[in-house]
Design a protein around this ligand. Structure first.
Ligand code: FMN
Length: 261
């Protein structure tokens, strides 16, 4: 729970105005935790406090690094980056730098999530033998159960639609009881993807891979055990792009469909 340093607090009550759930109330001109309210530890109160008077128990409630101003022209840079993002499926055999993946997933912790639950956890597979074994199980399962026959026909034609030629695969899992596991995972992954692509890493969402990892028990045996009532909610192919460069931004046939009321 958050704690308020009454010495530092000037009673401006900005913290009350930004709290999403009226967890704070005013008592004698100063903020105080209201009885029976549940704090979701979003730290908005601390982020808005000019006096740095709020902490989270023994922990810091804010980062010590200074909040930088948005540079001039950032909107155009950001728009360009979003339009340049592509799904890459052709990679060199070089594994993606582990420190860079960890940095991207750390940054993804700042993505929004329902009730600030941040339910998504990560498994990264960059062992080529394990990836080959997983692909073998996927092909067998698809054949035996007549599921997604294009996985098999494309593979036979030299095109792996499940993993591309990725040396690294990322899996995201979460509790099935999280309020919004699929959405939270998608937002975290989108955040990580935009950062990874800004650092020269190619990514592609891997829907087949995610589905198969949920469906095929033999694949789960090759991976770290995930807790009961948890599922895979997302996956990426990852690597350094090879023989794949986009010179233009593709047209989007389906553009924003908006109704104003
Ligand atoms: C949830 C999701 C699952 C996807 N699964 C796969 C996949 O299994 N294999 C694949 O090659 N591409 C997959 N894609 C990539 C899409 O085909 C791609 O995003 C789309 O064609 C648009 O291309 P772009 O991302 O380069 O703009 C997936 C994308 C999403 C969002």
């Amino acid at each position: 729970m958050i704690t308020i340093d009454k010495e530092k607090c000037t009673g401006c009550l900005t913290c009350l105005s930004v709290c999403p759930f009226t967890v704070l109330e005013e008592v004698d001109g100063k903020p105080q935790l209201a009885e029976g309210k549940c704090c979701m530890a979003c730290m908005h109160c601390a982020a808005a406090c000019a006096e740095k008077a709020i902490s989270f128990g023994e922990q810091e409630a804010i980062l010590q690094s200074a909040l930088t101003k948005m540079p001039e022209g950032f909107d155009k840079e950001l728009k360009g980056h979003i339009l340049r993002r592509r799904s890459y499926r052709h990679f060199s055999s070089e594994k993606v730098d582990r420190k860079l993946i960890e940095e991207a997933l750390e940054i993804a912790s700042w993505a929004p999530s329902a009730k600030n639950q941040h339910p998504t956890k990560w498994i990264i597979i960059d062992d080529s033998t394990t990836l080959e074994k997983i692909m073998g199980h996927i092909l067998k399962y698809a054949e035996e159960n007549n599921i997604s026959p294009e996985i098999i026909s494309e593979y036979a034609a030299g095109n792996n639609v499940v993993m591309g030629t990725a040396p690294t695969m990322l899996l995201a899992y979460a509790s099935d009881y999280a309020i919004s596991a699929e959405t939270d995972t998608a937002i975290a992954m989108t955040t990580a993807e935009l950062y990874l692509q800004s650092k020269g890493v190619g990514t592609c969402w891997a829907g087949y891979f995610k589905r198969m990892c949920n469906a095929v028990p033999e694949i789960k045996e090759l991976l770290p055990k995930i807790p009961r009532a948890h599922s895979f909610y997302g996956a990426f192919m990852m690597g350094y792009p090879k023989d794949e460069e986009y010179l233009h931004i593709p047209e989007r046939i389906k553009r924003a469909d908006i109704k104003w009321v």
